[in-house]
Design a protein around this ligand. Structure first.
Ligand code: COI
Length: 360
């Protein structure tokens, strides 16, 4: 990590706010952005002065390397507000560590910690009114980094841009989700970039997901690239299975994202006396459990979606429905516990909540 002690953040405030034009009751995920954005360029081997500017389009050379080789990484995090107008982040240091891991894997320079947190908290103070109180409301934060060199040689670049943009958010998926278990396509492989939040990991999912959508499924559950027999991730989320009263989720690896929601749920399950096994899980095991009635739940877990219960899955041309969820389902109980911690409505045993102090 670069050894820089003071960021000297430059702030240019928006002259007018777009806030009054936003209908917070009708928000499509990730389409409305707040008044400000954070950016910082890496040039000549150094991160330059970070800046906050009014949210706006930006100019870039058509040859910028990100357009040609997808040298881009991102994070997903959220800010929450309680009824006293206090703003909180949830385990933000995990996102900071992960984006730098992703940067390292994509041969991009790591971003300094003080720039990241000063940028984030200043941005959240400027756009504080965009964060609505109440469980179910949040401000989705999208830190990302791209290669900006005007050069199309297929090699790591020398100039980069790190940015943070913010979008008010409600639910990511409306209602439950039906999934198709992958038998042909793969999300990632050993030695690859599956563990990183590399932009290309998501682009590569669009085509197989669109095929699944044509069959009436919203997402694909990815299986291991070698054999397609082990269950790994669900679309843009980690995935949990409940067989009888035990939750099971795959261990993180080269291929599986170390999800912040995933690891928080494993801990919350423990805290609430729910058995949770972290181990490989075969497709055949859940098919068998579905046949004999012991498969009670499947749910995806991620920052954007929080917990997304799965209604049923297709595998080898057979659709299998899951039992209907209720208030006692693990997905409902754990989601509630998680949201209460995030919104400052419950005790935070593990110090996951970070208050964003009001700027003086
Ligand atoms: C997140 O949960 O933050 C994600 O990364 C999902 C995103 C692709 C919408």
């Amino acid at each position: 990590m670069s050894n820089i002690n003071t960021s000297n953040l430059h702030v240019e405030k928006a002259k007018t706010s777009k806030l009054a034009d936003v209908n917070f009751e009708d928000l499509a995920f990730g389409k409305t952005f707040t008044d400000h954005m954070f950016m910082c360029d890496f040039v000549n081997g150094e991160w330059q002065q970070p800046q906050i500017k009014p949210y706006q389009p930006m100019q870039m050379e058509p040859s910028a390397r990100v357009f040609h080789y997808g040298q881009a990484v991102f994070e997903g995090m959220k800010a929450y507000k309680d009824d006293h107008d206090d703003v909180f982040l949830f385990r933000p240091e995990e996102n900071f560590k992960r984006i730098n891991k992703s940067c390292a894997r994509l041969a991009m320079p790591e971003f300094p910690e003080n720039y990241f947190f000063e940028g984030l908290t200043t941005l959240l103070n400027l756009d504080r009114d965009w964060i609505k109180p109440g469980v179910g409301n949040s401000l989705y934060l999208r830190p990302f980094a791209i290669a900006t060199d005007p050069a199309i040689a297929a090699a790591p670049g020398e100039s980069y841009r790190f940015m943070i943009i913010c979008a008010p958010a409600k639910a990511y998926y409306k209602g439950t989700v039906k999934v198709l278990i992958a038998e042909e396509f793969s999300r990632s492989a050993n030695g690859g970039v599956g563990f990183a939040k590399a932009a290309g990991n998501y682009a590569a999912q669009f085509y197989p997901t669109s095929l699944a959508q044509q069959k009436g499924y919203q997402q694909v559950i990815w299986t291991d690239a070698d054999t397609h027999t082990y269950l790994e991730e669900a679309g843009t989320m980690n995935v949990f299975f409940r067989i009888n009263d035990t939750l099971i989720t795959a261990p993180i690896s080269d291929r599986i994202l170390d999800g912040v929601t995933r690891k928080s749920l494993i801990q919350l399950a423990k805290d609430n006396g729910i058995a949770c096994e972290v181990r490989q899980i075969k497709v055949s095991e859940i098919v068998e459990a579905s046949k004999n009635g012991s498969l009670k739940e499947i749910f995806g877990a991620g920052t954007a979606a929080v917990i997304s219960p799965i209604e049923g899955f297709e595998y080898q041309n057979t659709y299998r429905e899951l039992p209907e969820i209720n208030d006692h389902s693990y997905s409902s109980v754990l989601k509630q516990k998680m949201l209460e911690i995030q919104h400052n409505l419950a005790e935070d045993l593990h110090n996951w909540r970070h208050e964003v102090e009001v700027a003086k």
